[in-house]
Design a protein around this ligand. Structure first.
Ligand code: AMP
Ligand code: ZN
Length: 139
């Protein structure tokens, strides 16, 4: 399953260049071309799935296990203090490449990366209502 217009499928097939960290039958890990911090890497399934929701469970297990293998290597090689793992789903969430990928972003105190604006604590009743509406979607 590949998409001829997908840039990550082209990286998987070696049609376009990438700085590859790791490869197995299911996954490829390579350096992000516009890193958020130094050492920012990506892990993708070799098969084309637009996002996490669409990914086959067995393939996802392989991808996540590669994410867990690569993350400490990125952290150690960059002498970082932590790792931010991220996957985006949908353009509203900022997804630009519609081939599932996990960002592995090394973090260091004071690196300036701002993830969330300042947040306000919500009332328990409001949180419970939200939890109920989400639980209803699980049925
Ligand atoms: P997202 O917003 O989660 O879809 O992120 C897509 C990521 O893919 C961005 O961080 C881009 O820098 C990265 N990217 C796009 N094209 C390439 C490429 N040819 N090689 C490596 N990374 C890429
Ligand atoms: Zn693809």
């Amino acid at each position: 399953m590949t998409d001829p217009h997908c840039i990550f499928c082209k990286i998987v097939s070696k049609e376009i260049e990438a700085s590859i960290i790791y490869e197995d039958d299911t996954c490829l890990a390579f350096m992000d071309i516009t890193p958020v911090t130094k050492g920012h890497a990506l892990v993708v399934p070799k098969q084309h799935y637009a996002n996490l929701s669409e990914c086959d469970d067995e393939v996802l297990r392989g991808v996540i296990s590669v994410v867990r293998k690569i993350s400490p290597a990125v952290k150690n090689a960059m002498d970082a203090e932590g790792i931010l793992l991220q996957t985006l789903e949908g353009s509203a969430a900022g997804q630009e490449v519609f081939h599932l990928h996990f960002h592995i972003i090394p973090r260091t105190t004071g690196d300036g990366l701002i993830l969330f604006p300042k947040k306000a604590m919500q009332e328990r009743d409001a949180l419970n209502d939200l939890a109920e509406s989400i639980k209803a979607e699980l049925k």
